[in-house]
Write a protein that binds this ligand. Structure first.
Ligand code: PLP
Length: 378
């Protein structure tokens, strides 16, 4: 039984009924193929490619390893342009490949890498751009591709938040050279841990599959120092079951997002994330931005007030990646280089949103935010 005073976290992983999953486990126990491109792995790859409407997909143990492998697949070296406003795994994937991240500021509106700032950061060592579709909201894919084409750069999208999002009438994962998805427990679609790379041609798909399996291209042929980042059969089986419930989960998220939007947009000093035109959202996150000069109290004060009421939002993404010790010393990490990112990081709170979040709870969260504002006025 759920108690009114139970804490409410920013997300709660979606799981199917256990009974629905058991037959898949029995199948695994019966055929004893646990990993290495087993039957569920093959089926999940196929169903996922259809569901997402993408030409080629490769499954991974998690999203971070998918990103680390993506950089190897395209032989990215030197410097890569990326965003400070993301989860640390984005730039950690560069670090693991000995690549220098070059941080560029974000669009103040959408929180994604600002295309207008990219060109100034390109040097002879730049080989790629690594943008993130933050909160599942698409980057300016058109402008980013134009720049990449002009300068001969690869584009790898961190689409960890963007499962199922469509953009300009196609899957968001079709943009750029490669896209990475994460199926981590906290993401909009999960296989407990898991991830994927999406590519546009058969040769790249082959190379991805070699590199995620130690570089094996045949029984006795190793073509590169690949890693082990394969998804196992339990993850793939869970993915198959999760897929059946995905749309209904998105519908529930959409209702909650609608409530938040209608109740919170009238509050002065609270701004919401606009949706990029020509997209179908997945409602993976619900960020709000607190302008303390208008709202009356600071973001952290509101964050604490919510906590006092058992509501545990998260300040994604605060601190910025560039604040962490391993990146802080880089020239491009200077706060003066990243004013928009710095401001967003100081203003943001992601509110709880997940399929099982009850509507009265969402309404209560809105009232707390509204009450804090009226009290601040006095
Ligand atoms: C979750 C996340 C990742 C890492 O994915 P894992 O599957 O947890 O390894 C990378 N980038 C972003 C933006 C994420 O939110």
């Amino acid at each position: 039984m759920k108690n009114l005073s139970d804490p409410i976290f920013v997300t709660q992983p979606s799981l199917p009924e256990l009974d629905e999953f058991i037959p898949y486990l029995e199948q695994i126990w019966k055929n004893k193929q646990l990993t290495n491109n087993g039957p569920f792995h093959q089926q999940f790859e196929k169903e996922l490619a259809e569901y997402l409407d993408v030409p080629y997909i490769s499954l991974f143990a998690n999203g971070t390893l998918a990103l680390v492998t993506a950089l190897q697949v395209l032989r990215i070296t030197g410097e890569v342009i990326t965003t400070p406003y993301s989860f640390v795994a984005t730039s950690h994937s560069l670090w693991w490949n000995n690549i220098k991240p070059v941080f560029v500021d974000i669009e103040p509106e959408f929180c994604n890498l600002d295309p207008e700032k990219i060109e100034a950061a390109i040097t002879p060592k730049t080989t790629a751009i690594l943008p993130v579709h933050v909160y599942g909201n698409p980057c300016d894919t058109k402008r980013i591709q134009e720049i990449a084409d002009t300068y001969g750069l690869k584009v790898i999208y961190d689409a960890a938040h963007a499962f199922g999002v469509n953009h300009r009438e196609q899957s968001i994962c079709r943009f750029g050279d490669l896209s990475m998805l994460s199926f981590h427990a906290t993401k909009v679609f999960n296989t407990m841990e898991g991830g994927a790379l999406i590519c546009n041609d058969d040769a790249t798909k082959k190379r991805i599959d070699f590199l995620k399996n130690f570089g094996f291209a045949g029984e006795t042929t190793v073509i590169a120092p690949g890693i082990n980042s394969k998804m196992n059969e339990m993850q793939a089986a869970l993915g198959l079951v999760q897929l059946k419930h995905h749309q209904s989960n998105i519908d529930k998220r959409s209702k909650l997002a609608h409530i938040y939007r209608s109740k919170l947009s009238p509050i002065d000093g609270i701004s919401l994330l606009p949706e990029r035109e020509s997209m179908t959202p997945n409602h993976s996150y619900f960020p709000i931005f607190v302008d303390e000069r208008i709202y009356g109290i600071t973001r952290d004060e509101l964050y604490d007030r919510l906590k006092d009421n058992g509501i545990f939002g998260r300040r994604y993404f605060y601190p910025l990646i560039t604040e962490f010790p391993m990146y802080k010393g880089l020239e491009s990490s200077a706060p003066s280089n990243l004013p928009a990112a710095k401001r967003k990081a100081e203003e943001v709170i992601c509110l709880p949103i997940y399929p099982n979040l009850e509507i009265p709870t969402a309404l209560k969260i809105c009232s707390i935010i509204s009450d804090c504002k009226s009290q601040a006025k006095q």
